[in-house]
Design a protein around this ligand. Structure first.
Ligand SMILES: [Fe+2]
Length: 293
């Protein structure tokens, strides 16, 4: 397992970061591995401990989400005061991850786009959802309603479970191996369908060909029972009070169990990578023999 994890022994979100850590972490990320920070924790203040229960989730959404661009919180049950307090916590987490990203990945610093922050206080195990939304199945991340237009998705997770429970992941095979199996099954979009979805506000922006095919890969992979059972996969439990990050559009992952997670999403233009040839965009273009952007 350890060859898919690159461990960095940081204890503070603001470093210090050595050049060896920066080079190693960047290389690990771009090779489709997970950067694992076993000693990096995110602290809840004493008055924030009350948020360590699932009752704050409104049940409709999977997660409580916070948008640092407008300060808005969604998916939360609770009065104005509680909403402000949880928003402040998520803002603090979001800013901590930004400090870490900029320090550990100086290569990406100028191009990183900070997106939403989420808090996931609900137990994953036993949650029922339709197959394509079932995150206990191996998948690369894609956003059906928010096309990324070829950009990379980076997520930083921190397991803040107060009861000593880990977050049970399985990590799948390299992206190129996965994509190679499914590319022959991918279908071109119906003419006009991507414009229509945009007009009907099903998507925030029109889906690019890249978004279309990546979403098909995500769905086809999740729907294939045989692939789910037979594909190479390695379990790893992220213990409480640790942090990890990876390109989740590339690293196939499944989550079997876990409760209380903080997560920050970033987008990164492919050109900002040290080695853009390793991006899913370039891998898919090579496999399909055509430009997707
Ligand atoms: Fe995911």
């Amino acid at each position: 397992m350890t060859d898919r994890l690159y461990t960095v022994d940081l204890t503070q979100w603001n470093g210090p970061f050595t050049p060896a850590q920066q080079d190693g972490a960047t290389a690990a990320m771009e090779s489709g591995n997970v950067v694992y920070l076993p000693k990096l924790d995110f602290q809840f203040n004493p008055e924030e401990q009350k948020f360590l229960t699932p009752v704050w989730s409104n049940g409709a959404a999977k997660n409580i989400s916070y948008d640092h661009r407008n300060g808005r919180i969604q998916g939360m049950e609770g009065d104005q005061t509680a909403q402000h307090e949880l928003a402040a916590l998520l803002k603090r987490y979001s800013e901590s991850t930004l400090t870490l990203m900029q320090g550990l990945f100086p290569q990406y610093k100028a191009a990183l786009l900070r997106m939403r922050t989420s808090y996931r206080p609900v137990e994953i195990k036993g949650r029922v959802s339709k197959v394509t939304k079932d995150d206990t199945r191996l998948h690369p991340d894609q956003f059906p309603a928010r096309p990324v237009g070829g950009k990379r998705i980076i997520r930083i997770f921190c397991n803040v479970n107060p009861e000593g429970k880990g977050r049970d992941w399985r990590i799948g095979e390299p992206f190129a191996d996965f994509a190679g199996k499914f590319v022959p099954r991918l279908k071109a979009p119906f003419p006009g369908s991507r414009d229509l979805m945009y007009m009907l506000r099903i998507t925030r922006t029109p889906r690019t060909m890249y978004d279309h095919y990546m979403l098909q890969l995500h769905d086809q992979g999740k729907m294939d029972d045989r692939y789910q059972h037979s594909a190479p996969q390695i379990p790893f439990v992220f213990p409480p009070h640790c942090t990890w990050t990876c390109f989740t559009d590339e690293v196939l992952h499944a989550v079997d169990a876990g409760q209380y997670l903080l997560e920050q999403t970033y987008l990164l233009p492919v050109e900002a990578m040290k080695n853009p040839e390793k991006s899913p965009l370039r891998v898919l273009e090579k496999l399909m023999g055509k430009k997707l952007m």
